[in-house]
Design a protein around this ligand. Sequence first.
Ligand code: 1GP
Length: 249
Amino acid sequence: MSRREAWVDKHLRSKLRSGEKLHFTLFDPDKTHVKDVDKVAEVMVAEGTDAFLIGGSIGVSEVDVDLTVQTLKKWGLPVILFPGNVTGISRYADAILFMTLMNSDDPYFIIGAQVLGAPIVARYGLEVLPTAYVIVGYGGAAGFVGKARPIPYEKPELGVAYALAAKFLGQKYIYLEAGSGAPTPVPPKFVEKISKVKEDLVLIVGGGIKTYEQAKEIIEAGADVIVTGTIVEENAEKAKEVLKAIKHR
Ligand code: 1GP
């Protein structure tokens, strides 16, 4: 078991402490071919993205994850795994969102996959970022595959209960996921309620964020990190706008 020096959590938290808000660029190896990864990364790095997330819910092989991670390493940003299953683990990454899908009805996504993956994570010496993954609203493929009971957008009090449970269970990050390509992102009012109870949890919000206004409202509501995937794949100019909303406040 070789443990590399853990630096990603420290790095992200020190940025947050200095008042920055963060943006993670998501690469789904099933959607972005490895030959296009650098082109997208170049644009996002120039605009100030803070880290790369690699993962997806369907059709992600270990080989694809390895290739995407290896390609992204050259940019010098944290390369963080965002696994949909045990096939999403790469030895070349810096860290892993070690997630439990809190509102799944299937024990496999709450603890089963984690048990199968833990020895691999230990063997690779990956830095672990303990993460409560909570599906909200639309849910998309992550909600469908993960057999989640998504929290309705108009029931933030349920989200608050999950955030409190995450905190009491010792999680370090909470990820509110509307689902990739969600028609509407997690509402700012929902984010605000979670941000009021989150304390040291790093609050990540993703799914359906496509415009400057959406990103701005979610950040102003108290999110620490915004994740974008679809817009990065589809429209670099709009992705730049989202980054502006996060970085030039
Ligand atoms: C999905 O939250 C992420 O897991 C990003 O969603 O693809 O809609 O940006 P989008």
